[in-house]
Design a protein around this ligand. Structure first.
Ligand SMILES: [Zn+2]
Length: 107
């Protein structure tokens, strides 16, 4: 199945972006850099979430903490997997580690 793609995104803005750079140990938020934003707008971004912070002082996101693992899937695939949720290009979908791993294993 080719609906889920994991890749490293090259960016000049790396140090300031949680999604493609090293996890910044600052009060930084989760605003993606221009490159990641472009990528995110091509489909649905799934984000692996943990209940525990990944480093000291990590800001919360949707009641959890992103691990830094994420991937893109097509809108069609997201609608198929989660028929109860509305999806469009650029939707961000935080999911548990168990769910994330399940999706990765299925691909
Ligand atoms: Zn980025």
């Amino acid at each position: 199945m080719k609906d889920l793609n994991f890749f490293a995104v090259e960016s000049e803005d790396k140090d300031n972006c949680f999604w493609c750079g090293a996890i910044p140990e600052t009060e930084d938020d989760y605003t993606p850099c221009k490159n990641c934003e472009k990528t995110i707008n091509t489909g649905v971004m799934i984000i692996e979430m943990d209940e525990e912070p990944q480093f000291e002082g990590q800001p919360e996101m949707d009641g959890g903490y992103p691990t830094g693992r994420w991937g893109m899937m097509t809108v069609e695939m997201a609608r198929f997997l989660f028929p109860e949720k509305p999806f469009m290009e650029g939707t961000i979908l935080p999911i548990s580690q168990v769910m994330f791993q399940m999706i990765v294993d299925k691909m």
